[in-house]
Design a protein around this ligand. Sequence first.
Ligand code: CP3
Length: 370
Amino acid sequence: EEQVDPTGKTFPRLKNDLILRAARGEVTERVPVWVMRQAGRYLPEFRKVREEHDFFKVVRTPELATKVTLQPIDRYDGLLDAAIIFSDILVVPQALGLVVEMVPGKGPSLPNPLASPEDMKRLKQKVNVHKELQYVFDAVTMTRHALEGRVPLIGFTGAPWTQMAYMVEGGGSRTFSKAKTWIFQYPKESHELLQRITDVSVDYLVAQVHAGAQMLQIFDSWAGELGPNEFEKFSLPYLIQIARRVKAELGSEKAVPMIVFAKGAWFALDKLSDPSSGFDVVSLDWSHTPAGAKAVSRGRVTLQGNLDPTVLLGGEDAIVEATVKMVRGFFGGKKYIANLGHGILPDVSVDAMEVFLKTVHRVGREVAAE
Ligand code: CP3
């Protein structure tokens, strides 16, 4: 059985739309659940693919990206309510013309970062996402077919501030002193860079939806490195711009739910929850209690999260206890998607992940029936 997306593409009919309904604020019969980085190194079948192929080779080969995206869906058959396309936020700096490598044991590395605003000249002036990132769109379309409608497919990108941090730092950082030097010393040029990343991100997300993505998440992993004042100037306006422009370009027929994950930016929950921001779901890190987050957010958006990922290292009893408390705290019949508060760690066991997912299902059904 097939369905025609509002974008005109034909795909297998979606059999589980729980997460889309939760994102739209509808009542659900249980709590939907997925996990950031659910396709990753904690899975032996993922490590096997990585033994044979470089990280960006997997990302750039639609057959491999599709295979890896489906790994957690197959292993945890019926327990995950969404797939997220296997890719990385750093494909956008690549599209802008920078070299990004994945160094084993270290993480992403940009050998020629933007040392000063002068270096912005090295960036491509006009980025055609269909030329630079077509492999992502092909992977999205291929994955939609391979999923056979089991669960919706999430597309994603990195937030402009987080992208800028990588482009300026050349990799991860403890203090983010280089990127923060930019915002304090070169605010005008920083805004220019953030705007250029924003423009590419809008085209990139819109094209992912046209390729078949049914929901979108924006990862602002380094949001909390900015204080409230700086977040409001250098991150929030661009997040809002992306949500509004993506929705305007798609129009109400084709628009999909949008999730924002601003890690560490607890101070931004009120503003991100405002419908004028354009987001349907706010993803929380583990610095929030359910009651505290609900008091600030006041039912204006769906909340997603937020188990401390290291709880999954604590054994079955610890996982069940923390998960029950979280689901009971957040879920009032609707407007909640269970997830971790950040990506799953590589040293988590596949069984610990299963305990987490099964506990969300059990408690999520109980609470919905109460
Ligand atoms: O969630 C998924 O399953 C989809 C895949 C996905 C990856 N990266 C694959 C990946 C997603 C959504 C991302 C997003 C991403 N990438 C973020 C935002 C989310 C977050 O965790 O904060 C960031 C900051 C990056 C940049 C990045 N890529 C880092 C910092 C690292 C190294 C750290 C690590 O976990 O290894 C990566 C590498 C990376 N991206 C891996 C995977 C599975 C592991 C690398 C490997 O296989 O060797």
